[in-house]
Design a protein around this ligand. Sequence first.
Ligand code: GLA
Length: 395
Amino acid sequence: METGCGQKQPQALTSNGLAQTPPMGWNSWNTFQDRLSDILIQQDADAMVTNGMRDAGYQYINLDDGWALPDRVNGHIQADPLKFPQGIKAVADYLHARGFKFGIYADRGAKTCLGKCPGSYGHETTDAVDFASWGVDYIKYDNCHAGFLSNQEADYQRMGNAIAATGRPMVYSICAWEFKNWMPSLGNLWRTTWDITNQWGSVISIIDLNEPLAPYAGPGHWNDPDMLVVGCSYTPNLQAGRVFDLVSELVGGEGLSDNECQAHFSLWAMMAAPLIAGNDVRTMPDSIRKILLNKEVIAVDQDPLGKQCVEAWKDLTGLYVYSKELRGKNTRAVALMNRTVNQEVITVQWKDIGLPEGKAKVRDLWKHADVGVYTNNYTSPVPPHGVVLLLVTAN
Ligand code: GLA
């Protein structure tokens, strides 16, 4: 916005017009942590072109923690020259030339979470200007090593203002591990939970924390239940807030089965979550590719109405029905979720998902098949730790 004096005024971040549907892309953290390099990013981008991810909508390629030298150089964050010998702008240029957008990671405190790179506290303007000049399109702003008396909201606001003042459209991804009321007016997305781990118990606990926040999701501003672990190999990753996950790892094993990956991906789509893959996309098996590239499930996530699902029904044994309103009259995406270890049968009643009594068409989005027209309800077997994902359309 121009003022009378021709000076640019920072705009509220929510009016930046970005992220009208949940951002989709890939992030380095869940597989590589700080083992980063320009070659890795180039190989990832090339793989995402070849394997169809880019064209399916995964447009952001985001560098997470560990890209910078431990200390600033002349007041600026400096890319680690061993990892990025040509600097960060060259990475962004490579990605832009192939139709991707580029995301970077920074932190509101004195250091990043790994503790190896400089934080942006007191340097917000310098850093935002540097990021803009490198061609950054997306900033994930983390919450570690903040001063004892720091004001979290003010810190996120300062970086938000600094980003807006650059004039470059950059998605603002708040990563402060829990929802606060001020976040929807400041960020395009905000983490609602602790870090995900590659473990079924982690996926479940995150769904239960994120689902009640449905009223806050909508075009331009999304709840972020963290990046996907679909197809990740197990990587021990001990950060803050992991005690719960560590315990469940000890009792419940590690990694996700294909059914669990499918359930995880289905629920992220139902929750209108950012779909940021975290696996090694260069070596992805076909079973994982089929999950990440299921266009009908992606379309549920990306539905332009931008509604997050709500819990429509559950019982005490671990069976759930989630419903997401989609654009188009009387259209719902419905997830029948079985959290138990046995195959179970789940019924969705039209009255529980806000559809009129009578006939509705049902399509199974994992089978890619219309299953028929049903009156008042639909019943399906659901595999253990699995989800059947449906499109239900009434007249
Ligand atoms: C925090 C964030 C993670 C990741 C790491 C990097 O734990 O929540 O998503 O960015 O920091 O150190």
